[in-house]
Write a protein that binds this ligand. Sequence first.
Ligand SMILES: Cc1cc2nc3c(=O)[nH]c(=O)nc-3n(C[C@H](O)[C@H](O)[C@H](O)COP(=O)(O)OP(=O)(O)OC[C@H]3O[C@@H](n4cnc5c(N)ncnc54)[C@H](O)[C@@H]3O)c2cc1C
Length: 560
Amino acid sequence: MTMAMGITKSVGSVLCLRTALNRCPPLSPSSSFFGQRRSKAQCWGIWMRTQGIAVFTQRNGYMIRAMGTGAENNGGSIDSEYDYDLVAIGAGSGGVRAARFAAQFGARVAICELPFATISSDETGGVGGTCVLRGCVPKKLLVYASSFSHDFDSSQGFGWSYDTEPVHDWKTLISNKNVELKRLTGVYKSLLQKSNVTLLEGRGKIVDAHTIEVKGKRYGAKHILVSVGGRATVPKMPGSELVITSDEALDLPSRPNKICIVGGGYIALEFAAIFRGLGTEVHVFVRQPKVLRGFDEEIRDFVTQQMSTQGVVFHFGESPTAIEKNSDRSLTLVTTNGSERADTVMFATGRAPNTKNLGLESVGVKLSKQGAIEVDEYSQTNVDSIWAIGDVTNRMNLTPVALMEGMALAKTIFGNEPTKPDYSFIPSAVFTQPPIGTVGYTEEKAIEEFGDIDVYTSSFRPMKVTLSGLPEKTFVKIIVDATTDKVVGIHMCGDGSPEIMQGFAVAVKAGLTKKQFDSTVGIHPTSAEELVTMRTPTREIRRKSDQSQAKKEEAVSSTA
Ligand SMILES: Cc1cc2nc3c(=O)[nH]c(=O)nc-3n(C[C@H](O)[C@H](O)[C@H](O)COP(=O)(O)OP(=O)(O)OC[C@H]3O[C@@H](n4cnc5c(N)ncnc54)[C@H](O)[C@@H]3O)c2cc1C
């Protein structure tokens, strides 16, 4: 059995922790264990595991066996030579997950993190990291805030009327959001504490392959985990110090009346939707001819058209060259095609891994050209004792991916279960209005990969807008590998798409066929039912090559 926690109902010959605690622990050194202050129960637990004695605790009527650290086999053992078995630098999504699970496997773990602030810098961060404090969470709160305007607009067709127009107070939103962030960072701290992970507050730096330094104090670590994430970057140009990034956009003292957003990625579009929904005039400047590079082409076009109907102005093929400050304190964004004056200019042009001044060069950890830490499939760097996960490795910069990598790492080092993160069919969302949900291959990538594909598309007016009269539409697309009938991609832009896609991602990941989709009864009336009722392909794409014929034969023989 490979699971770290084995659960059994048999109590027969079990050595129960409670019984063990009634005896005197043969601890050495006396009240601390390898330099760590620990409770009597913890000392016993650790001692018994190091002696190879199974530890059982009782929970919900089950005897739960805490297995060994796994270190016997893979070098993750409790080792008095070091202060900790694992020290993580950076308590964001990945670091916290890895630290907590490593501790649950019995490892002695510390994690270091910069002091809390809503805006990140070399000296500030906060337990919880980007997602909780400057990414997914505060952004989604602002998305909710902004989506009300859409609901107010829709409501009139359903008979609602107001004597005065609803008024939004930005200050209330931001101050409530900040209260929530403080609560969340507290929740994360308490999760670490409950998992017996020691929090070291301050900037962590690697001194050597087994030592890190925080606020001038050094700590020995059998394993070091670098989970420092990334930060927004702004390209250098005249006036670039005048612009804001997503960090500041989430914490502005007042809502701009007009904003220029530079960038065509998901962060740029999400902020464009947020500000537009709250009533700001929004201009988006995209160097490329389209937004959302890497997404399905039809989705890219559809979301642009939908956002345009809501009043977002797109400037394609325009790059910024300078930012100028005007006498009325407004800014002018100068581009390759002209200029635009606004209260605020935001750059969402990219993020860079936080690898500067971490001491990585001094121990010879290999970095990519973009400054990301290079790791193998188990997240191990070229220095055996140093590991890296999350955005700092620039593999797939999403919170659930950092969580998966953190979990896999804990299992690999301390769970006696070498685990590679699985990057196949990771669903994702863009919280624009309307939002996007997507999983699997785009049509373009599916053609490259499978050759023969069937594409099902549907574009319709969702029921909610029939009475409101708003021009909103929903678009759905299913991509099927024609050889195997497996659904290999789903893309959707419309109300509820991210929620819908989470469920359908299970089906796609499980390799279900279009026939199985078709045999599923829909839920009526929903937009999601479209995904199980599209019967006729919009197009059948065939690459009549020997390769696709060979694939077909292979698929037929494997299902025979
Ligand atoms: C605006 C925005 C919106 C996003 N929206 C989504 C979304 O909707 N869904 C999604 O899945 N992902 C989203 N992301 C991405 C997601 O936030 C990241 O992928 C995720 O946070 C990465 O986790 P991580 O553990 O690698 O790093 P982080 O969460 O960035 O954590 C790294 C931590 O390390 C700390 N640190 C850095 N250097 C040091 C040091 N020397 N010493 C001590 N501590 C240090 C930092 O302060 C930080 O807390 C968004 C990101 C942004 C910027």
